[in-house]
Design a protein around this ligand. Sequence first.
Ligand code: FES
Length: 162
Amino acid sequence: MNAAIDYEKVDGILERCGNKKSSLIAVLQEIQREYHYLPEEVLGYVADKMGVSRARIFGVATFYENFSLEPKGKFVIKICDGTACHVKKSIPILNALRKELGLSENKRTTDDMMFTVETVSCLGACGLAPVITINDKVFPKMTPEEAVRILKDIKEANRLED
Ligand code: FES
């Protein structure tokens, strides 16, 4: 088992959500909130605890777009590339953030596990296009310059926390 996983926390999630098969999606959501992705060893643990097969858990985890089996950074930045945001130039925002963080289409998370940059289709806030979210907080009417400035603020705030 991975030493970084706190199984007491996982037990707490199971207890809070109710250890029933019908709570599986809620449990997975909570686990992803905690770890920013669904660690394989936690899924195995949850399968055993809930009495569901690993195949069923992996089936649910891979079916829903919002679940990720890949580790993500502490800050997950989503750039909307739905039609409204694309038309209002979301791609230059994506490129500016990738450049600033040394990321690309194939490398979406920084080596220090601080930032993940990914694109999503419509975030449902088209009137505010172009939109990005950082850990689910919405930033409307974004520009490449403003996105990079926010990124620098986050880095700075994080440095102060250390
Ligand atoms: S297209 Fe970006 S919020 Fe709808």
